[in-house]
Design a protein around this ligand. Structure first.
Ligand code: PLP
Length: 385
């Protein structure tokens, strides 16, 4: 097995991050207070086109926790969530004691189906069981169809939240991600398009929310000489050191988008002639960053399933992974209600995430392509790989 591992998505520094980190050391701002935090928040808000307030925290999951609590989610409430997602969208619903309801995807983007949402809201309104929040997720760098979702939420009094953990840099009808819904979250986890090693951000159109997020994220200290606590808090703030990394990363976000799109384009060209293998579709309503390159495998054509490819490439030290397993099929969430589910289940049965790092070299990608082509050349038996 080759010693070098080719990962799905690795951090890709610009080189400028170290100067920001060195500045944090020089100035001794080595805590969750400091100029890089303020600047990083300001720069992300500006990158999103202004008009939003931003609060930097320790993870995207923490950001979602703060946002849902601010909206007032608690025990007895329902939160409707796109079923096709990573668990980070869902844990905060459980932290707050609320009940998730999972909603299926539409076929093009693989994100939540606006028509299904509207039907669900209509039924839920009749039963007096409307959710308080709808969480939409922009998977792999591509938007869900936000306008009809926003309209349905407006009509039924449901608050829309964008989980933009995977979509920083992408746009929806020319609008930046995380700016259509009243609240959004970003992630700067190590596998995302830009990273602070770990981190996240609350994005809000409500300027009153930012001071509350900051207070809750720093243990809810009241303005008293001694620490006084009147409400629950968390230790969720981002450190000034990591915010420095974020500042260096934000400078190259546009490069990272172009590099990931280029990776996807090379896969598309190299795999185009294989029957039953197709790049994930691109919806007409947005710009897809291709944070991850996803292919769909039609096993009726060639007998190969995503798990077969994962195993075959793993023996060559190449990392691939099926697309997110729908939440309504997770053992932890087996008691949750699901609205539909066939589309996300079909995508899970067919979808495969490929090595997509912005730093992926052409020769490494060529190796991945060669290994992939072998999987389909030798179908259905893959024993010799
Ligand atoms: C990464 C991710 C999160 C969580 O972000 P963390 O920073 O890892 O906590 C949430 N939702 C989605 C869709 C993600 O991909």
């Amino acid at each position: 097995m080759p010693e070098k591992r080719i990962y799905m998505s690795v951090p890709h520094m610009s080189g400028r991050e170290e100067a920001f980190v060195a500045d944090a050391f020089r100035s001794n701002w080595l805590s969750s207070v400091g100029p890089h935090i303020d600047a990083f928040e300001r720069d992300v808000a500006q990158r999103l086109g202004g008009g939003v307030s931003t609060v930097a925290v320790s993870s995207g999951t923490a950001a979602m926790h703060l946002v849902l609590r601010y909206i007032g989610v608690g025990p007895g409430d329902i939160v409707a969530v796109q079923s096709a997602t990573f668990i980070g969208s869902v844990y905060p619903v459980l932290y707050l004691g609320a009940t998730p309801v999972f909603i299926d995807s539409e076929d093009t983007s693989g994100n939540i189906d606006p028509e299904l949402v509207r039907e669900y809201f209509a039924d839920a309104a009749r039963a007096n069981r409307l959710p308080k929040v709808l969480i939409v997720v922009h998977l792999y760098g591509q938007h869900a169809d936000l306008d009809p979702l926003l309209a349905a939420c407006d009509e039924y009094g449901v608050t829309l939240v964008e989980d933009a953990a995977e979509s920083l840099g992408s746009t929806y009808k020319g609008r930046q991600t995380a700016t259509t819904a009243p609240f959004s979250i970003l992630s700067f986890n190590g596998n995302k398009i830009i990273t602070t090693t770990g981190g996240g951000m609350c994005v809000s159109q409500d300027p009153a929310a930012a001071p509350v997020f900051k207070k809750w994220a720093t243990q809810s200290k009241e303005a008293k000489i001694e620490y006084e606590h009147t409400e629950l808090g968390y230790n969720y703030r981002m450190s000034n050191v990591l915010a420095g990394i974020g500042r260096g990363q934000l400078e190259v976000l546009d490069d990272r988008v172009r590099q990931r799109q280029r990776v996807a384009e090379r896969y598309r060209e190299a795999l185009a002639d294989i029957p039953g293998v197709a790049m994930q579709a691109e919806a007409p309503w947005g710009m897809h960053t291709r944070w991850l390159s996803v292919i769909h495998l039609d096993s009726e054509v060639h007998g190969v399933r995503p798990a077969d490819v994962v195993r075959a490439l793993e023996t060559n030290n190449v990392e691939t992974r099926p697309v997110w397993r729908p939440m309504h099929t997770q053992p932890l969430l087996r008691h949750a209600k699901a609205i539909g589910g066939a589309v996300s289940e079909r995508h899970f049965a067919r979808g495969l995430c490929l090595p997509s790092s912005s730093s992926l070299t052409e020769s490494d990608q060529d190796l991945v392509i060669e290994l992939l082509r072998k999987c389909f050349a030798e179908t259905p038996a893959m024993s010799s790989l």
